[in-house]
Write a protein that binds this ligand. Structure first.
Ligand SMILES: *[C@@H]1O[C@H](CO)[C@@H](O)[C@H](O)[C@H]1NC(C)=O
Ligand SMILES: *[C@@H]1O[C@H](CO)[C@@H](O)[C@H](O)[C@H]1NC(C)=O
Length: 303
């Protein structure tokens, strides 16, 4: 009797172990595909333009980009991602920065690219930066919005975030939503929803358009121009060729949960404040440019 019982317990244990093994074999490779990385630029990014113009602190947590007459510079993430949230602390070029552009964006690498852009347009000393945002879907952009920030972005680091999920893109400055772009793909509006994107930053010469439409040029006597990046956080679904996994609502893919499908009431209040006091250009209000044919999403709910 005791023998039989032991035999039964042993077989039962073996079956349980086999089941656990099978379950982990199915789920572990996928659950490793969502990451939280708060770290070291040397581990998560590579220098994609002008290594001589990029400097990383000894501990890897701070990185600078430099622009001079010789070159601009850039770095990109090693991985691509499909949905998640990326936070980056940035301190912009102090003093005279007219004609310079610091870009921080997500972009796919296909010819019909998707892209979520933040571009900081420099200015002459004492005049405000502009933060321009844009959304590309399937190679089509032309969705610019511009704001003045409510602080001088060159004196301190501030946090610039992109929340990207199946419902919306929310661009935040110090957690204040400054741009919301909803997924109205079911109504024919473009939305970046199936192409994985990498995280990119760059500093370059945009003097032919960036400042007062190109009127203020770069003053090279003020070079080098330096922008700093630090304490980034990547909490996103790493692209391993499995869209279904990244679109799923799960404990790791927290960004796809229902409460992130729209702004909460607090965020709405801040967003309205930004649009009332800080917005200086919205493509959806530019009837002249689109000759009365505003893009589809302009007539659909904003949040
Ligand atoms: C690069 O970074 C190191 C460490 O933070 C610093 O000591 C050095 O001055 C920097 N070099 C340049 C050219 O900015
Ligand atoms: C630069 O300052 C001028 C004057 O205040 C302003 O009109 C302009 O929008 C500012 N920003 C850029 C990027 O042109």
């Amino acid at each position: 009797m005791a023998n039989n019982y032991n035999h039964f317990v042993n077989s039962f244990a073996i079956i349980i172990i086999i089941i656990i093994f099978i379950i982990s074999a199915i789920f572990v490779p996928f659950s490793l595909a969502s990451i939280v990385s708060t770290g070291n630029f040397n581990n998560d990014f590579f220098i994609s333009w002008a290594p001589t113009h990029v400097n990383t602190s000894a501990d890897g947590t701070t990185r600078t980009l430099k622009l001079d007459q010789e070159s601009g510079s850039a770095f990109d993430s090693n991985n691509m991602f499909l949905f998640g949230q990326i936070d980056m602390k940035i301190k912009l070029i102090p003093g005279y920065s007219a004609g310079t552009v610091v870009a921080y964006y997500l972009a796919s690498d296909s010819p019909n690219r998707d892209e979520i852009d933040l571009e900081f347009l420099g200015n002459v000393s004492g005049q405000p930066y502009i933060l321009q945002t844009n959304i590309y879907s399937d190679g089509f952009g032309d969705r610019e919005e511009r704001i003045f920030l409510w602080f001088d972005p060159s004196t301190d680091f501030h946090t610039y975030s992109i929340l990207w999920n199946v419902y919306q893109v929310v661009i935040m400055v110090d957690w204040v939503p400054i741009r919301v772009y909803r997924n109205h793909a079911d109504k024919g509006a473009g939305f970046p929803r199936s192409q994985p994107m990498s995280i990119k930053t760059s500093l370059w010469n945009g003097e032919n358009w960036a400042t007062r439409g190109g009127k203020d040029k770069i003053d090279w006597s003020k070079a080098p121009f330096v922008a700093s990046f630090k304490n980034y956080k990547i909490d996103a679904c790493v692209w391993r060729g499995n869209p279904r996994f990244c679109k799923a609502i799960s404990s790791t893919n927290w960004w796809n949960k229902e409460r992130f499908n729209t702004l909460n009431s607090n965020q709405r209040r801040f967003y309205k404040w930004v649009r009332k006091y800080h917005l200086i250009y919205d493509y959806c209000q530019d009837n002249k440019r689109f000759q009365g044919n505003l893009p589809k999403e302009c007539s659909l709910p904003k949040y």
